[in-house]
Design a protein around this ligand. Sequence first.
Ligand code: HEC
Length: 105
Amino acid sequence: MHRAIRLIVAAAACLAMAAPAQALDGAQLFKKKTCWACHGKDAKTPVMPNYPKLAGQNAAYALAQMKDIKSGARNNGQTAAMKGVMHLVSEEEMQAIAEWIATLK
Ligand code: HEC
């Protein structure tokens, strides 16, 4: 019985370790989904002085803003510029990008 539990725990640990390899790559998505065209390759050199720097922003806030810009709930300043590309990203992809942004300095 104990052995079986240990096996299950070991199997679960393996799955948990394998997960990041399959996870979406936020850095890749940031390029593929055209985000960097406006926000800069490093997410902190925006193409326009009134576009926001994203590097270092916390993931939960960044994700919420992406969702709101995509849905139109946030509609101010220059959001129209970005809304046009948001059909390119799913919620999972936005999440992955948000987590990547948060790791930047
Ligand atoms: C055409 C230019 C453009 C593209 C492409 C673009 N953005 Fe934006 N983004 C903007 C602008 C401009 C704003 C600020 C909107 C405003 O003034 O309210 C913004 C705002 C944001 C914000 C909120 C920042 C904050 O501090 O509130 C996030 C997060 C973001 N963009 C992420 C992305 C991601 C991820 C992508 C790619 C899927 C993307 N953007 C593509 C122009 C763009």
